[in-house]
Design a binder for this molecule. Sequence first.
Ligand code: SAH
Ligand code: MG
Length: 216
Amino acid sequence: MLNEKLHFYIDNLISERNPLFTEMESYAKEHNVPIMELAGIEMMLQVLRIHRTHKILEVGTAIGYSGLRMAEAMPNAEIITIERDVERIQVAKEFIGRSLYGEQITLIEGDALEVEDQVRVHAPYDAIFIDAAKGQYQKFFTMYEKYLSPDGMIITDNVLFKGLVAEEEIESKRTRNLVKKIDAFNHWLMDHADYDSVILPVGDGVAISKRRGERK
Ligand code: SAH
Ligand code: MG
């Protein structure tokens, strides 16, 4: 990971977001909502722009921050996003309602592992963004990759988990278990025959997996 100083330097170079986004960033900080880190989301938006993404599936809306940022960055894109937490759904709806991008966003309310029927309706997706329960990344991936377009990509957040994936000794048993799962996912992903994947040490660690052209 970058050292603190460089991290700070880069974040300061990133231009001011619009007032709604800065309000959402403050809300997230105040209420401990783990929205994507600034450098991480800027990198992701750039990759999505280059890829000319038109339809995106997001697993893990939270308060709608990343969804709305994608909508703003890509005016022609449609974002289908899933959230199960009732309170966050409420907050997300409010922010989406106040934004200029409401028409680009479809919020699916429920557990990502139980709403496949609703996800299928909007398929295929050019990109899938996985940013929900870390212990279930592989499940989300295998459940939804069938709705990815042939040259689509899957982006996964938090794959370095504050750097903990590289730590030997972790005190808390719960954290240790979670780290084990993320580590297992990372290995599985990097060895996956159908995708070329890269793990970028930006934000909290972001993996980008591009489906290989030739199908097995
Ligand atoms: N993508 C957001 C942050 C998401 S935080 C952003 O960057 O702005 C992760 C969210 O995933 C949490 O709000 C949590 O409630 C939700 N989540 C976790 N597991 C889920 C599941 N199985 N189905 C739906 N939502 C889930
Ligand atoms: Mg995240």
